[in-house]
Design a binder for this molecule. Structure first.
Ligand code: FNR
Length: 378
C-alpha cells in the first residue's frame, strides 16, 4: 500500500517510517518542554540509549524455504485472543503533545484493534476513553494512591468500564531525577495535564473543599498530595489481588528475585520494563533483564516487555526471548504529536507490517511459537 501510494500516486507517507526520522520530526513538532518530557529519560539519558543497545546484543538468524504464505500474529493473553502481540504502553499526560490527547490514541487503537493500557494520569477520564475503545483489549494502569479510597475507586472504575486487567506500576516510588525537565522547570501535572481521572473521581473530590472546576489550583495541589505512596511494599500487591477478580500485572520489574516475589504474591503477569529509561539513569537495558526473568518465572505468570521497542523486528526479538506481548511507548506518542489519531494509526500499522514481513522473512509463521532459536547472542 505504501509503495503503491508513493510510486503510483506520488504520495509517499507523511509519517516517517524510520524510528530515527519519526523521533526527529516529532521533536521538531512538539514544543520544547513537551519534547524534553517525552523523549527524555532519567539523569543524562544513558538508560534510554542502553535500552537500544540491549537489542543490539541479539541478532536474528532466519531459516529458509518454509512455506510462509500464511501467518498468524495472534497471541492468547489471560484467556483472550489478541490479534497482535503488541500493546500501547500506558502513557500519561498525552494532552501535552496533542489537544485530543489519549482520546486520539484510543481512536487509532480501536480502528486497528491494537490492545492498549490506559494510564492513571491519562489526559481524559477512563470512562471517556473506554467509550471510544469498544471491544479493543484494554488494561488500566494504577499508581497506588496515598489515599486508599482513591486506589479502590480507580480499581472499581476500571472494572466498571470493562478493563481486562489492572497493571500496578511499581518503579515510581518517586518521580525520577529528570535533568532535561528540571532544566526547564517543567512538570506537566502542575499545568493540570494528566489529572482527569482524579478530578472526575468521587473519592478524590471528597478531599476537596471546592469542586475541581471551581478551584483548579487546589485540585492540582491535592493531586500532588495523593498521587503516589512511597511507603508501599509487597503487601500492596497482595492487597490489590484481593481487591479485584481481574488479572493483576506488575510493571517495572528488572530483578529476577522481584519477579519471583511477585509470583509468590499472586500476580498474573509481570511487565519487564525500566519505564523507558525514565526512572533510574545507569540502569541496565530492559531487554537485558528479560531472559533471566522469563527463566525464573518459568511459566508461573505471564511476562510482558516494554522499553526500547521501535520496530517489528524489535518486537520479534523480545517475543523470541519469552515475552508474551510487547508494549510500545514513545513511537505512539510521536505519531500522536505529528498527526493525532492518523499519526498513531500510521505508526502502529508500520510496526505491525514490519513484524509480519520480518516474521515471514525469518522463516516463521506464528508469533506464539517463537523461541530462542530465532536468535544468536552477539
Ligand atoms: C510513560 N510511561 C508510563 N508508565 C506508566 O506506568 N504510567 C504512566 O503514566 C506513564 N507515562 C509515561 C509518559 C511518557 C511521556 C512516556 C514516554 C512514558 C512509561 C511507559 O509505559 C513505557 O514503560 C515506556 O514508554 C516504554 O519505553 P519506550 O517504548 O518509550 O522506550
Amino acid at each position: 500500500e505504501i509503495y503503491a501510494m508513493g510510486t503510483l500516486a506520488d504520495q509517499p507517507p507523511e509519517i516517517p517510517v524510520r524510528w530515527t526520522a519519526l523521533e526527529t520530526a516529532a521533536i521538531e513538532a512538539m514544543d520544547d518542554r513537551a519534547a524534553a518530557y517525552v523523549s527524555g529519560g532519567a539523569g543524562s539519558g544513558e538508560t534510554v540509549d542502553e535500552n537500544r543497545r540491549a537489542f543490539a546484543q541479539w541478532r536474528i538468524v532466519p531459516r529458509l524455504l518454509r512455506d510462509v504464505s500464511e501467518r498468524d500474529l495472534s497471541v492468547d493473553v489471560f484467556g483472550r485472543q489478541w490479534d497482535l502481540p503488541l500493546q500501547i504502553a500506558p502513557i500519561g499526560v498525552q494532552s501535552i503533545v496533542h489537544e485530543d490527547g489519549v482520546l486520539a490514541t484510543a481512536r487509532a487503537a480501536a480502528d486497528l484493534d491494537v490492545p492498549i493500557c490506559l494510564s492513571s494520569v491519562s489526559s481524559s477520564p477512563i470512562e471517556e476513553i473506554t467509550a471510544k475503545l469498544g471491544e479493543t483489549p484494554t488494561w488500566f494502569q494504577l499508581y497506588w494512591s496515598s489515599d486508599r479510597s482513591i486506589t479502590e475507586s480507580f480499581v472499581r472504575r476500571a472494572e466498571n468500564t470493562g478493563c481486562n486487567a489492572i497493571v500496578l506500576t511499581v518503579d515510581v516510588p518517586l518521580l525520577g531525577w529528570r535533568e532535561r525537565d528540571l532544566e526547564q522547570g517543567y512538570l506537566p501535572m502542575l499545568e493540570g495535564h494528566g489529572i482527569a481521572n482524579y478530578t472526575s473521581d468521587p473519592a478524590f473530590c471528597d478531599g476537596l473543599s471546592d469542586s475541581p472546576a471551581e478551584n483548579e489550583d487546589a485540585a492540582i495541589q491535592h493531586f500532588l498530595d495523593v498521587f503516589g505512596d512511597p511507603t508501599i511494599t509487597w503487601n500492596a500487591v497482595s492487597d490489590l489481588c484481593s481487591m479485584t477478580d481481574l488479572p493483576v500485572v506488575i510493571k517495572g520489574v528488572l530483578h529476577p528475585d522481584d519477579a519471583e516475589t511477585a509470583v509468590d504474591h499472586g500476580v498474573d503477569g509481570i511487565v519487564v520494563s525500566n519505564h523507558g529509561g525514565r526512572q533510574v539513569d545507569g540502569e541496565l537495558g530492559a531487554l537485558e533483564a528479560l531472559p533471566r526473568i522469563v527463566e525464573r518465572v518459568a511459566g508461573r505468570s505471564a511476562v510482558f516487555f516494554d522499553s526500547g521497542v521501535r520496530s517489528g523486528a524489535d518486537a520479534l526479538t523480545a517475543l523470541a526471548l519469552g515475552a508474551d506481548a510487547v508494549g510500545i511507548g514513545r513511537p505512539v506518542v510521536y505519531g500522536l504529536a505529528l498527526d493525532g489519531a492518523d499519526g498513531v494509526r500510521s505508526v502502529l500499522e508500520n510496526i505491525r507490517a514490519g513484524l509480519d514481513l520480518t516474521l515471514a522473512n525469518t522463516g516463521r509463521t506464528n508469533v506464539a511459537d517463537l523461541d530462542r532459536s530465532l536468535l544468536v547472542a552477539r
